[in-house]
Structures are given as structure tokens and as C-alpha cells.
Design a binder for this molecule. Structure first.
Ligand SMILES: *Cc1c(COP(=O)(O)O)cnc(C)c1O
Length: 341
């Protein structure tokens, strides 16, 4: 372990943490895709983080649930899109730690069919016994959080101890701490890559990953593929996330601020909506490597990687690491879309 990694571990150990994943995730070289694309392509397998079909939210939730356990919470409340992986993974973590969960599902994606509301993550959350709430709009983070607080107030009145995981950006980015760990973990596995490609949604994954790499002394560019907002809005969001993360962990934000790279070339037609590039990326990965990507995040991220290669931002021959953030249950929520591929 290098001095940098020891310092990151020491810093992270100051925060309460509930262990939800036990081991580091593997990084594998994708030989056939590397040949096909003319780059040296590696995949960090955070689809295999373990808890309830894996994915990036397991890392993030370790720090939220750490705080929830410390506060002796008995119920965790969280909000997200109907096919949110965050709320499904939170319900699994709550079950594992002996808590109840309240999941609020927001109408964020227009025009979806019946499977979207019944299968995939929705079905899994039912199995996990979570309470469900509905929120009519998908672009009101503060309103969605307020609705959770109203439910939390009722729970308190009934003698419970609720813990709210906020969606709004004006709260400490505890989830990003999980990806500071994730970035440091990758830096210890391989550090000689030319570029990393990650999804950029709430920014917890992107911001934490960038920070973990920089604090480990890895200076390769980290490209955040926009999955939710256009690149101007996402850039502003990343500045806020990184500013809050720097304050939380007490490091100089200058070491990460000039490393914000966001690209929205594959965002269309919008959050949770699947265009042709995303479909092609999803089938290319499956048919070349036997690895599944999800339609909302990881297939868009891979589509983004292909776009950056097309534009020459990533060049032939470079060593590139893509973060696979999981999300696979959503494949079943998008059955109609997948069937039309
Ligand atoms: C939530 C999610 C993301 C986006 O992560 P953020 O930390 O919100 O930016 C990416 N991939 C998957 C599979 C997700 O569930």
C-alpha cells in the first residue's frame, strides 16, 4: 500500500460505514473488444459489488447506512426514478441491517410501458418488502426530498426513527465517499491507463472516482458521460459535488476542479430514454464479450466511450478503463425497448 492509499483509508475511516461489500471488484481486460476497437480496453466490474445484483449504489450506501446505523435508525427513506437501482439497493441494505425501507418512485421517464412499472427493480423492491410512495414529477429534487420528510414526520409521530437519504445537492455527498474508495481501489489495481470513462448522473460516482484517483496520484483524464443533464448543467453540478466533497474530506478542491470532463454526446433523447447508439452499445458488449450493460446508464456510458473514440478525444492504441456501474435489473423493466433491438 502506498502512502497516498494509507492516507485515503485513514481519511475515510473517520466516517461511519456499514460494510455491504466485502471485497474489491475485479478489473478485466476485454480482449475481443480491444481488438475490435483498436484500444487497450479494461472494465472495472462494479456490476459485481455483491449486494442484490450489484452496482455502484452498494459503495455509496455503505456511508449512508453507516450514518443510519450510528443514529440508530429503524427505517430508511429514499427517492428515485421508477426503475432506480439506488432505491432497490437501499431496500436490500435495509433488509440486511434489520431496518425497514420506504421507497418513493418519481415519474421521470415519459412514455414507458407496463413492464417499466412492474418488472425489474420494482419487482425486486416488492420482494424486499419495501413500502412504496409515488411522486408525480421527476425533476424536483427538493420537492421529492420534502415528501420524504413528511413521511418521516409521520413515522416519528408513531415512535419510529427514520433516516432520509437526500436526492438534493445541498447535503453532504456521503455517497461520493464510496467512490473515493472505488477510485483509490482502481488506482491500486492499475494506474498506467490513459483515460477512464464513467457515467455522470447525480455526480457521486464521477466526483468520488475522480477524487479517489487524484488523491492516489493518478492523473489520467476521467470522462463523465452525461446520463441525466446536458454538459453545461452537469459541469456546474460537478463543481458543487466536488466542492462539498472537498469540504467533507478536508482536501484542497484545486486538485480536482481542473479535472472535470463531461460529455453529453449520447444523452439524447434524455434520461432513461434509449436511443440507437445506446442499443448498439448494449448489443456490441453482449455479443463481443458476453457481458450485459443496462439501458439507462452503463450502455450509455459505453456508447459515450465509442463517441469519444470517434471524435478522437480517446485515440487508437490508448489504454482505457470503463467503470461498469451495474443496473442490470432495469433490463427487465425495459423489456419492450430491449425486444425491439
Ligand atoms: C445511479 C447509477 C449511475 C449514476 O451514478 P451517480 O452516482 O448518480 O452519478 C450509474 N449507473 C448505474 C447503474 C446507476 O444505478
Amino acid at each position: 500500500m502506498t502512502t497516498e492509499q494509507m492516507n485515503i483509508d485513514r481519511k475515510l475511516s473517520e466516517f461511519p460505514r456499514a460494510r455491504l461489500m466485502t471485497e474489491v471488484t475485479q478489473v478485466e481486460r476485454l480482449d475481443r473488444l480491444s481488438d475490435r476497437l483498436g484500444i487497450d480496453l479494461w472494465l472495472k466490474r462494479d456490476d459485481l459489488t455483491g449486494l442484490s445484483f450489484g452496482g455502484n449504489k452498494t459503495r455509496q450506501l455503505e456511508f449512508y447506512f453507516g450514518e443510519a446505523v450510528q443514529q440508530r435508525a429503524d427505517t430508511v427513506l429514499i427517492t428515485g426514478a421508477v426503475q432506480s437501482n439506488f432505491v432497490r439497493t437501499a431496500a436490500a441494505a435495509a433488509a440486511r441491517l434489520g431496518m425497514k425501507s420506504v421507497l418513493q418512485l418519481e415519474e421521470r421517464v415519459p412514455g414507458m410501458g407496463e413492464q417499466y412499472y412492474r418488472s425489474g427493480n420494482v419487482l425486486l423492491a416488492k420482494v424486499l418488502g419495501a413500502e412504496h410512495m409515488h411522486f408525480p414529477v421527476g425533476e424536483d429534487e427538493v420537492g421529492a426530498d420534502n415528501a420524504l420528510h413528511e413521511r418521516a414526520a409521520q413515522l416519528i409521530a408513531n415512535g419510529h426513527r427514520p433516516y432520509v437519504i437526500h436526492l438534493g445537492i445541498d447535503h453532504p455527498p456521503l455517497g461520493a465517499l464510496g467512490y473515493v474508495q472505488g477510485g483509490a481501489e482502481l488506482g491500486a489495481q492499475i494506474s498506467d491507463f490513459d483515460a477512464a470513462v464513467v457515467p455522470s448522473g447525480s455526480g457521486s460516482t464521477h466526483g468520488g472516482f475522480l477524487t479517489g484517483l487524484r488523491l492516489s496520484g493518478v492523473h489520467a483524464p476521467v470522462y463523465g458521460i452525461c446520463v441525466r443533464r446536458d454538459q453545461d448543467q452537469q459541469y456546474a453540478r460537478m463543481e458543487k459535488v466536488l466542492g462539498r466533497l472537498a469540504a467533507l474530506m478536508d482536501f484542497d478542491p484545486a486538485i480536482v476542479m481542473n479535472g472535470i470532463n463531461v460529455w453529453d454526446g449520447v444523452l439524447a433523447p434524455g434520461y432513461g430514454q434509449v436511443g440507437q447508439g445506446t442499443r448498439d452499445a448494449l448489443t456490441l458488449m453482449a455479443r463481443t464479450e458476453g457481458i450485459f450493460l443496462d439501458p439507462v446508464y452503463s450502455a450509455k456510458t459505453f456508447s459515450g466511450l465509442l463517441g469519444l473514440l470517434d471524435e478522437g478525444v480517446i485515440s487508437k492504441g490508448q489504454k482505457v478503463v470503463m467503470l461498469h456501474t451495474g443496473g442490470l435489473p432495469a433490463l427487465f423493466g425495459y423489456q419492450e425497448v430491449i425486444e425491439s433491438i
